[in-house]
Design a protein around this ligand. Structure first.
Ligand code: GDP
Length: 433
């Protein structure tokens, strides 16, 4: 096993930069760079750091020593807290590179070692990645919960149930002539049925966990000149879209990221939807429609004089309420971007919709398409097994389906059969994590 090192903190100027080393030679490297014996385990000590080859000083700061297995990676780990300047970091990287047996870490390699040493399962690894990427409060809370193992515990629990049912089925197979209690299949069936229901419910969650990870998409739709760009600018409180009196000037989509009550929201302004002979504008309209189709909410904006009609999943809003003609149905929100009237109420309404859709429940939601695929796979096998029990199929076939279901669940946490998915999970990490 090699000993790896990398900058664990972000690049650039900062008060402190943290260099992390992990592997069998981490301790020896720390001794060489500090010119002293290893510090006591898990205690910060002040040290001078120098180039072991020349004795030239590099910096001074804190050194920490985490002997394995009680470390992040499970291996021997050392940390150097340097001053966070580019030259300091570059000098230290140069020195570490020359220390015998040390190699720069690949992206995600520290976390990968933690996984391989049984410190985290794959859902926890993904939770850690999400925690580092979290931009809003709700994203942070969901990621922390996942990193602490809440999601992994559900899947592992289900897998344990499947393995238990499998044991019952296999007892039937292995000892067919023994005097075993009758109908082991019948014994396994109720538990399998409950499991299938739980998995179905977990899958039918509207993708709330996934939406929270990636942001709730709101597309603003409406005829040219109703004030879509103006609304976007007003909500974003900065000029991001071009506002113009000439119909059809917003030719492409403009996105603004908002934090609504701790939830990440992506607001998208689309090109004015109308029939156009202009090729560029037509392309804009096509893309707008496509985007609107995938959105979590369509905000349809109207101007006075237009018929207010909405499709399911749309929120109707009448703009320009400052104008004389601005009469509308009582259930339609009225705003005026120009005067600011109704904007606060609109934001409140949006926040309520977003919270309703994404709020954290007691039971953690699945957060990734990877989990969804594996769960659907598991549920498919499980349903086949239940079907087999009902049709009194051979126990061997039923057992095989249960085994496949357990394996599919195992792929989520990384308990079995994982090599091919490891690269996908870890490649999303940066170096030093
Ligand atoms: P878009 O084509 O839907 O993006 O519309 P714009 O945002 O470009 O706005 C079209 C015109 O309507 C501009 O001249 C805006 O200043 C005007 N406008 C936007 N909001 C209001 C409003 O609340 N009241 C009035 N009177 N005019 C508005």
């Amino acid at each position: 096993m090699t000993t790896i090192f990398a900058l664990a903190s972000a690049r650039g100027r900062a008060g402190v930069a943290v260099m992390r080393l992990s592997g069998p030679r981490a301790g020896a490297a720390l001794e060489q760079i500090t010119g002293q014996d290893l510090p006591p385990a898990r205690r910060a000590v002040f040290r001078s750091f120098s180039d072991p080859a020349t004795g030239a000083p590099i910096d001074r700061g804190l050194a920490l020593w985490f002997p394995g297995p009680a470390s992040f990676t499970g291996e021997d780990v050392a940390e150097l807290h340097l001053h966070g300047g580019p030259a300091v970091v570059a000098a230290m990287v140069g020195v570490l590179d020359r220390v015998d047996g040390l190699v720069p870490a690949a992206p995600g390699e520290f976390t990968r070692r933690a996984f391989e040493n049984g410190k985290m399962d794959l859902t926890e690894v993904e939770g850690l990645a999400d925690l580092i990427d979290a931009e809003t409060e709700a994203q942070r809370a969901q990621a922390l919960r996942q990193m602490e193992g809440a999601l992994g515990a559900i899947y592992e629990g289900w897998r344990a149930d499947l393995v238990h049912a499998l044991a019952l089925l296999e007892a039937d197979l292995d000892f067919p002539d023994e005097d075993l209690p009758d109908g082991l299949e019948a014994q396994a069936a109720p538990a399998l049925r409950i499991l299938a229901r739980e998995m179905r419910e977990h899958l039918a969650d509207d993708g709330r966990g996934e939406v929270l990870r990636s942001g709730f998409q709101i597309v603003i739709l409406g005829a040219p000149n109703v004030g879509k760009s103006s609304l976007l600018n007003s909500l974003a409180r900065r000029d991001v879209a071009i506002v113009s009196d000439v119909a059809g000037t917003t030719r492409d989509m403009i996105e603004v990221r908002l934090d609504l009550g701790g939830y990440p929201v992506m607001l998208v302004d689309t090109a004015g939807l109308r029939d156009s002979v202009d090729a560029i504008e037509q392309e804009g309209v096509r893309r707008a429609l496509e985007r609107a189709e995938r959105a979590d909410l369509r905000l349809r904006l109207f101007a006075p004089g237009e018929d207010v009609t909405t499709a399911p999943g749309e929120l109707a809003v009448l703009n320009k309420s400052d104008m004389a003609l601005a009469e509308t149905r009582p259930d339609v929100l009225r705003i005026s971007v120009r005067t600011g009237a109704g904007i606060a109420a609109l934001l409140e309404r949006l926040e309520a919709i977003v919270v309703e859709r994404m709020s954290l429940r007691d039971v953690p939601a699945l957060t990734r398409a990877r989990h969804r695929r594996a769960l659907e796979d598991a549920l498919g096998h499980l349903n086949r097994a239940l079907d087999g029990i009902e049709r009194r199929a051979e126990a061997e076939l039923v057992a095989e389906d249960v085994r496949l279901a357990a394996r599919a669940l195992g792929r989520i946490t990384g308990r079995v059969d994982v090599e091919e998915i490891l690269d996908v999970v870890f490649s999303a990490f940066c170096i030093g994590k």
